[in-house]
Design a protein around this ligand. Sequence first.
Ligand code: SAH
Length: 346
Amino acid sequence: MEKTDLLSCSREELKELLKAAGQPAFRTEQVFSWLHEKRVPTIEEMTNLSKDLREKLTQSCEIPSLTIVTKLVSAIDGTIKYLYRLPDGNCIETVLMRYKHGNSLCISTQVGCRMGCRFCASTLGGLVRNLKPSEMLLQIYETVRDTGERVDSLVLMGIGEPLDNYDNVMRFLELLTDEKGYQLGQRHISISTCGIVPRIRELMEKDLQITLSISLHGTDNETRSQTMPINAKYPIEQLMEACRQYVEKTGRRISFEYALVSGVNDTPEHAKKLADLLKGMLCHVNLIPVNPVAERDFKRPPKERIYRFVSLLEQYGVNATVRRELGSDINASCGQLRRQEMKGEI
Ligand code: SAH
């Protein structure tokens, strides 16, 4: 029988589990704190539980863990990229970025991805499986353990599509932001999506204080569908309508990711179309010079064209910045290290 993954359990589930083991209600908070506040790696270390109870729990439950396969540290800016092995042998990537305002961690939400975006390395082998809530939490917990530093903010921008693993991501957020756990504030969390409209609407109803990031990358259906298959299902008009409603409902500014690809979406006409699309919306545009992927033939525009694009957006009244590239010496953009491992290069 498969053991219960304690780190993925909600408070309610922990309570039921402990009740079934004949334990009083106050044990729930004790166990929750061991798991998410003190973050012990084994049940054995929960020392305010009787030895009997610890043994009983160990028979039916477990605390999963990740192991570090590769750890790359950038000599340029201190960015750390981890290739973590999951309990079932699959690998995922996690990146710690250092900013003036603190440490930001980029985590994966799935093993692989089925969204098929043409410029992205994470989707090349398709989707293997969803990550469990525990496997998302552990990317933070293990990184904090390894570095001895706090993670101040979090972006769900690693391997996978967070809204394609919706229930587990929601459970993960609930556990991570719990006042008896790691206590990361919702305002320090960003979720990035390629644009699964019904899930954006579901998320909107939750009225969270997180930041929603939309991977836009194109300003019309033809260009966007060419690189992002999801656009054929949920075209730009539907996506933008959902975004406008999202801002209205939550009062939160949306962040739009726009990867600049030379000759594809980087002309002054594209800047104008982008500005028209976002007109009047509380939003910010993050321009990312596309990261070349070995298997794909996308090139970044020359610097001048990137800066012309930003200044045009600004002239049209759209708030935009070019994302600073971190860890360029360690291949820090997600998906590429896992590919190397799968090809036997690590
Ligand atoms: N699936 C989610 C989150 C993961 S990707 C999403 O689509 O938003 C995180 C961001 O990196 C997305 O904006 C994605 O479009 C972008 N990205 C992927 N490959 C890239 C590349 N080669 N160059 C630049 N950005 C890339």
